[in-house]
Write a protein that binds this ligand. Structure first.
Ligand code: PLP
Length: 391
């Protein structure tokens, strides 16, 4: 069986996760700090703040930027559900905008019509490792005085006009879940260039403390607790995760190069197949290929036809699984998950492209150091299946 994804760990990873245990300091400490420094070096951000996940990174960012009940926050319809959930946690209303199926990112043409007096922020998502068009988004944000929180969960080592994802908005939020390009098991990171935002984010991840436990323990008289001026959360990263983060960063260059190498082989080998659309390539973007996601029958736009073609896609993916190749739909249309349809009354007709992306996307296996036989098997199996169902 070829899995959809596989985290890459080596002896260096296995060794370093023992260090916090041996030292006896396992919560946020020196390794988390080191990981943050390495992340800032990589992205060029002034501040990196490690947290327990990208979901908590988004929540802290929204809270730090003052998003509150009654506010509205714009996001794309087709994204992992936690982008939307993080907005709900603050009491604000998520306002979904449909996507462009060519990029799987927010449809830039449809943003402005949804901006109201209550709109306070926008969360562009860099889905699957392709950046959203941040020029357009930052101009809109400036014009309407909106905060920008980038959901860069999939955006590690993804660039737009030469700048790393997460560096455009007020904050950028990353994920180190095992499905992402580098992993700490669970884990997340907030980046920002703003000192004040960084200070509040650091405090909010740590119960609202102004001084971390680690800092306090370094001091001579450590018996007095910190002060807690904010309503904070316990969203800290453990030092075991932080340690793993440092060794993952050391090999990030090789991991990312290998992801791009495999994506290029898929691009070459699959380009002749009619009836599918491969991930967008554009000179202004460097794709990080957190996932290699293509669109099946991209020309289909009629609602009923989508349903029919979706059944065919599902048959194809089932057949590939039987032949030992695991695939996935790209992600889901968060706006069409039960919590959101029940609360806001949405239907698939409100998000035609999000619906198409959910029903017709296909993710192929892609992970670092896939063997040549594995890559060939994915290509061969996919081509055979397309031949059977697409002619
Ligand atoms: C993975 C993912 C998240 C959530 O990341 P966690 O670290 O699992 O919380 C959020 N948004 C997008 C687009 C993702 O792909």
């Amino acid at each position: 069986m070829i899995p959809i994804s596989k985290p890459y760990f080596d002896d260096e990873d296995l060794e370093i996760i023992q260090q916090p245990l041996k030292k006896g300091w396992v919560v946020q400490g020196e390794y988390v700090k080191k990981f943050e420094e390495m992340f800032s070096d990589w992205t060029g951000a002034k501040h990196s703040i490690a947290v327990s996940s990208c979901t908590t990174a988004l929540h802290i960012s929204l809270a730090a930027l003052g998003i509150k009940p009654g506010d509205e926050v714009i996001l794309p319809s087709f994204t992992w559900i936690s982008t939307a959930n993080s907005i709900e946690y603050t009491g604000a209303k998520p306002v979904f905008i449909d996507i462009d199926t060519r990029t799987f990112n927010i449809d830039l043409q449809k943003i402005e019509e949804k901006i109201t007096g209550k709109t306070k922020a926008i969360i562009p998502v860099h889905l699957f490792g392709l950046c959203a068009d941040m020029d357009v988004i930052m101009k809109l944000a400036y014009k309407h005085n909106l905060k920008v929180i980038e959901d860069a969960a999939c955006g590690f080592d993804s660039y737009y006009n030469g700048k790393h994802s997460g560096r455009f908005g007020d904050t950028g939020c990353f994920s180190f879940h095992p499905r992402k390009s580098i992993t700490t098991g669970e884990g997340g990171m907030i980046i920002t260039d703003d000192d004040e935002t960084a200070k509040i984010c650091r405090s909010l991840r740590d119960h609202g403390a102004v001084k971390s436990d680690f800092q306090r323990h370094q001091d001579k008289y450590s018996f007095l607790l910190s002060e807690y001026p904010y309503l904070g959360y316990n969203y800290r990263m453990t030092d075991i995760q932080g340690a793993l983060g440092t060794t993952q960063m050391k090999k990030a260059k090789n991991i990312l190069e290998d992801r791009r190498r495999i994506a290029k082989i898929y691009d070459e080998e699959l380009k002749e197949i009619t009836g599918i659309e491969l991930p967008l390539k554009d000179k202004d973007y460097i794709h990080g290929y957190q996932s290699y996601v293509l669109l099946f029958r991209p020309e289909i736009k009629k609602f009923k036809a989508i349903e029919n073609q979706s059944e065919i896609r599902n048959k194809m993916l089932a057949e590939m699984e039987e032949k030992g190749v695991i695939t996935r739909q790209g992600t889901h249309c968060a706006a069409l998950q039960k919590f959101y349809t029940e609360k806001y009354g949405y239907t698939a007709k409100d998000f035609p492209n999000g619906n198409i992306a959910e029903k017709l996307s296909i993710t192929l296996p892609l992970f670092p150091y896939m063997k040549d036989e594995e890559i060939s098997k994915v290509i061969k199996t996919f081509k055979e299946t397309c031949k059977k169902y697409l002619s």
